[in-house]
Design a protein around this ligand. Structure first.
Ligand code: PEP
Ligand code: MN
Length: 339
């Protein structure tokens, strides 16, 4: 690991002993940022809701004894005041909190007077990029300079593989809009299961993420929360060493040439789409003049069928081509409806 931001630590601080043992092992591996939740937002009442304020002293001890930066989750003004007063280096706004602009604003209001802290903003529970952007803007407007976005996946009903669906295009789009804000991945909460953490971490680096936030516990099976997804510090060490971190070299000639090929193919694609829409408009006029319905299911089925056959011939994914044609058809119908 070189410049990647690696944040590790337990889902929750449980006892001073658990926090210190985990932290010392992580520090010995070279981890520089230690996380532990003190106030835990739990889906069901009666689950372990965190040790609260007392854990701040344990985090302070971690900072003094290991030199790691320490942080916790804050969900309201009170948590934030306590975290700031305890001198924590960073706080994170959890997924449930990002979903709630009132809560984010009260956190931002406390941070206005404490701009030195680093603030991590997790994506909201639901796949709504605007809520994520809104939360980041509220923190930016409080004058915080070091903001990091954290991708932890999105809640979906009956998710099969992952606890939270990654929907990678959302964090990628966020990073496109906010290129100066580093984006890291929390594979633990996406996975919900320790066996999937390594694959997701590699994927995050393949997609050029700036780092990881990983749940790590000295004895994960005994964890009070998220036991299935936490790694031991040893497992984390092995995993981090196995990850392929890509070079960030944008000056490669061969890559530049390939990119310029993509650019010119894209301009042909866009021009062709514009021409296609123009023909749709003409068809719309024709149907209008001859009093014909806009949608003719038979024709639409033939188009889809034929384009899928073509896709197969060219080795293109059927799913991709089907989605593209559904979108094109919707747009054509809209254009013709407006005529
Ligand atoms: C956590 O990091 O422990 C946590 C509760 O995360 P999230 O907000 O992503 O569910
Ligand atoms: Mn957790």
């Amino acid at each position: 690991m070189n410049n990647e931001l690696i944040i590790a630590g337990p889902c929750a601080a449980e006892t001073e002993h658990q926090v210190m043992s985990t932290a010392k092992l992580l520090a010995a591996m070279g981890v520089k940022w230690f996380r532990a939740g003190l106030w835990k937002p739990r889906t069901q009442p009666g689950s372990f809701e965190g040790v609260g304020e007392i854990g701040l002293q344990w985090l302070q001890r971690v900072k003094i004894e290991t030199g790691m930066a320490v942080g916790t989750e804050v969900a309201n003004a009170e948590h934030t005041k306590l975290a700031v007063a305890a001198g924590l280096d960073f706080v994170w706004i959890g997924a449930r909190t990002t979903t709630n602009p009132f809560a984010v604003q009260e956190i931002a209001d406390v941070l206005k007077d404490n701009r030195a802290i680093t603030v991590l903003v997790k994506n909201p529970m639901n796949p709504d990029i605007n809520l994520w952007i809104g939360a980041i803007k509220r923190i930016q407007q409080a004058g915080i300079e070091r903001i990091v976005a954290v991708h932890r996946g999105f809640s979906v009903y009956n998710s099969l593989t992952y606890r939270n669906d990654p929907q990678w295009y959302i964090p990628i789009e966020l990073h496109r809009q906010f290129p100066k804000i580093p984006i890291i991945c929390d594979p633990s909460h996406i996975a919900g299961n320790r066996d999937l953490v390594a694959g997701l971490s590699q994927k995050a680096f393949d997609l050029d993420f700036d780092g990881l936030m990983i749940e790590c516990h000295c004895s994960p099976e005994q964890a009070f929360s998220d036991a299935e997804q936490q790694l031991t510090p040893d497992e984390l060490d092995v995993m981090l060493k196995s990850l392929v971190i890509h070079e960030r070299n944008n000056h490669n000639q061969e890559l530049a040439e390939l990119r310029s090929k993509i650019d010119s193919l894209d301009s042909i694609l866009i021009e062709t789409l514009a021409k296609r829409m123009q023909v749709s408009r003409e068809i719309g006029n024709y149907k209008h003049q001859h009093n014909m319905p806009i949608v003719q299911t038979g024709r639409y089925n033939d188009v889809i069928q034929n384009r899928l056959e073509l896709a197969e011939e060219f080795g293109l994914s059927q799913k991709l081509v089907k989605q593209i044609y559904e979108l094109l058809h919707e747009e054509s119908v809209n254009i013709q409806l407006k005529q």
